[in-house]
Structure formats: structure tokens, C-alpha cells
Design a protein around this ligand. Structure first.
Ligand SMILES: [Zn+2]
Ligand SMILES: [Zn+2]
Length: 273
């Protein structure tokens, strides 16, 4: 019986790690790991003002780190910040960054109540997943934050503002308005927390970052049937390169196979008992 899907280290897609620990995974794509979560930079190095995009905004107190990494890679301001979803570890530095850069923030309509001060996420379930991160989860902030003055909806035609050639795909389950970003031309997927590549329930696994194909963080996922369908939809895209909210970016056959295994055995390995 399958319980965990580990991947070979060879599949990790981080050919270049710069001195500030930004992982460059494609000419116009890099990510930075901030303690427990990744933020993604879309845009060519030294992109002009308003010609690059930040995807997600880390945990609180990491605004300076994100800004310095952006300053080093681009030396300019982004066109937009795109949110895969509004959990605390993806919006922590959002207010700070949006203010400094004076940028719009885009999210799915179903995520807006958590971003305009109207609603908190349901409480996490500390009993699922078994690890320290899961047990600590009641301490995590549940919002809501209020950034309504900068908040814009992702356009209904699927285009991603500031990211030509990309589409957003609604991948609910982990949160109601969760989205993933997809570029068909090189089959690149930014999956947020729809699935992740580390065991986020376990502090040990998070520290080790042993590559693992894993369902969305358990303590925070309220709708497992939808989450399973979202993973199947992303597996069906047959991505070549994936970067998720937690864990290392991965590419290639083994990653694809692991993603299909995750989709196929989702009820058994991703859904808590
Ligand atoms: Zn999340
Ligand atoms: Zn997350």
C-alpha cells in the first residue's frame, strides 16, 4: 500500500542558486524559500519597471527579504502580486510589499472574503497529519486581512495580469478560491498548495526538504473531494516543471509519475484518516 511518494533528488529543478538563496528554475522563473513557504518571481533578470510579477507573499516579517531578492534580480517594481490563495503563509508580507511597490493584488473571487476583512478561514485541524507543524497549526493566524483597496479579481478569461502566455486555473479544495498558474508553451505549473513537494505537517520533513509528492497541507484543507479533483486536473496537464508553495521545484518523468500516483491514490495518502 502506498503511504508516501518520495522522489529522487535528481529531479529537483534548481540548477542555479544565487547567493541570496533564490533558486533560478527557468530564464524567467525563480523562487525563494522563506522558512516554511516559497514565493515565486516571474520575469527576466533586470526586467524593467512593472515588467515582472510576484506570486504569493510569504510569512509575516519576510517583506525585507522578498524586497531584497527582488531588488537583486530585477532592480525595479513589479506589475502585480498574484495570490494562489490567502492563507497566512502566502500573504504575510503582502501589505508591506503592496504599499512599498504601489501594486495591484490579484486573487480569485472566492478568496476575496479572506482578503477584504469579511471572513476568517475555518480553524485548522491539529489532529491530522501527526507532525509538529500540524500540532502548532491552531496558533497560525487565520485572518482575515484587509487589502481591499488594492485587491482586483483575476480576469474571467483566464489571463494572468503581467504574465503573458500564462492562464490561471481554479483548483479549489485547499481553499475555496485557490488557483494554479499554467504556461502551456513549456508546460510549467505554479501549483500553490493544491499539492506540495514536502510533508508540511512535519517540522522534520520541512527542515530536511526531502522531495515528496504530497497532498495539500492537511491541517488547513477543508474540502478533500474538491482537493482531489484539483490534483487530478493538474496531473492531466502533464507538467514538465512544477513549483509549489512548500518544498523544492521539480521537473521530469519521475515528478509526473509521482503526481499521477498522488491523484490516483489521493483518498489513501493525501486525505487524513
Ligand atoms: Zn495554504
Ligand atoms: Zn501554504
Amino acid at each position: 500500500m502506498v503511504h508516501q511518494i518520495y522522489l529522487d533528488a535528481a529531479e529537483i529543478a534548481a540548477p542555479k542558486v544565487s547567493s541570496d538563496r533564490t533558486h533560478v528554475i527557468a530564464p524567467d522563473l525563480a523562487y525563494k524559500r522563506l522558512a516554511i513557504v516559497n514565493v515565486v518571481f516571474y520575469g527576466l533578470p533586470l526586467a524593467r519597471d512593472r515588467e515582472w510579477v510576484l506570486i504569493d507573499a510569504g510569512i509575516r516579517g519576510t517583506g525585507g527579504l522578498i524586497r531584497r531578492a527582488a531588488e537583486k534580480r530585477f532592480g525595479s517594481r513589479p506589475a502585480a502580486i498574484i495570490l494562489t490563495h490567502g492563507h497566512f503563509d502566502h500573504v504575510g508580507a503582502l501589505g508591506d510589499l503592496a504599499e512599498r511597490w504601489d501594486v495591484p493584488i490579484y486573487a480569485h473571487e472566492l478568496e476575496t472574503p479572506y482578503l477584504n476583512g469579511h471572513r476568517s478561514y475555518p480553524p485548522p485541524n491539529p489532529r491530522v497529519g501527526g507532525g509538529l507543524m500540524a500540532r502548532l497549526s491552531p496558533l497560525y493566524p487565520r485572518g482575515p486581512i484587509d487589502i481591499h483597496s488594492r485587491l482586483k479579481l483575476l480576469p474571467p478569461n483566464g489571463n494572468v495580469p503581467g504574465m503573458p502566455g500564462w492562464v490561471w486555473i481554479h483548483t479549489p479544495g485547499h481553499s475555496p478560491g485557490h488557483v494554479s498558474l499554467w504556461r502551456e508553451s513549456d508546460r510549467t505549473l505554479i501549483a500553490g498548495d493544491a499539492f506540495i513537494t514536502t510533508n508540511q505537517e512535519s517540522a522534520y520533513a520541512v527542515a530536511l526538504q526531502r522531495p515528496e509528492m504530497h497532498g495539500p497541507p492537511m491541517y488547513y484543507t477543508p474540502d478533500w473531494p474538491r482537493a482531489g479533483r484539483s490534483v487530478q486536473r493538474l496531473a492531466d496537464l502533464e507538467p514538465e516543471l512544477v513549483i509549489t508553495g512548500h518544498g523544492a521545484a521539480m521537473r521530469g518523468d519521475e515528478m509526473r509519475e509521482a503526481l499521477h500516483t498522488l491523484a490516483r491514490t489521493f483518498d489513501m495518502i493525501a486525505v487524513p484518516r
